[in-house]
Design a protein around this ligand. Structure first.
Ligand code: ZN
Length: 162
């Protein structure tokens, strides 16, 4: 597995998508000019990050501080949410999470699902607004619970400017 990078220009904004594994072999993109709009980073398909990948990311995200319109992380996968919550510096103050996935697991049949929480709907700068900690399993109709610990997974919401 390696890292697949997609870059799309949307007006003055740049949309970046990272898919796969973020490790010591990955090459994060360098932008020749300062981005005049927003840098939106989609992390929906980022499946794994190792410690050297974390270091690369932390260095790279610091270089994006000059982006005029700010840095927005969208559709954050559980892999990236775990790092955001554990590592100071993984998400600098000028970057914010605009949407992220919460994983659910059904003990009845083993079905796994994830639900997207979006800024302004399920959470905002004051913290969580509302979301379902349990959802019905589409397979066996049992109750699916979150696969993560609430107090750990939503920790990033407590930081300043989150
Ligand atoms: Zn089930």
């Amino acid at each position: 597995m390696s890292l697949t990078i997609k870059i799309t220009n949307v007006g003055r904004d740049v949309h970046l998508s990272l898919e796969g594994v973020l490790d010591e072999n990955c090459q994060l993109p360098e932008f020749p000019e300062v981005i005049q709009g927003e840098l939106e980073i989609c992390l929906e398909k980022l499946t794994m990050i190792n410690s050297l990948g974390c270091r690369k990311w932390a260095h790279w995200i610091r270089a994006q501080a000059k982006t005029k319109g700010g840095v927005s992380l969208v559709k954050c996968s559980p892999a990236i949410m775990n790092q955001i919550n554990i590592l100071a510096g993984f998400l600098p103050e000028y970057a914010r999470v605009d949407s992220f996935y919460v994983p659910y697991y059904c003990e009845g049949c083993g079905y796994e699902d994830r639900v997207l929480l979006t800024r302004g709907h399920e959470f905002d700068t004051t913290g969580l607004i509302s979301f379902a900690e349990e959802v019905p399993c589409p397979g066996c109709k049992a109750i699916m619970a979150m696969e993560v610990l609430r107090e750990r997974y939503f920790k990033f919401l407590a930081r300043k400017g989150a």
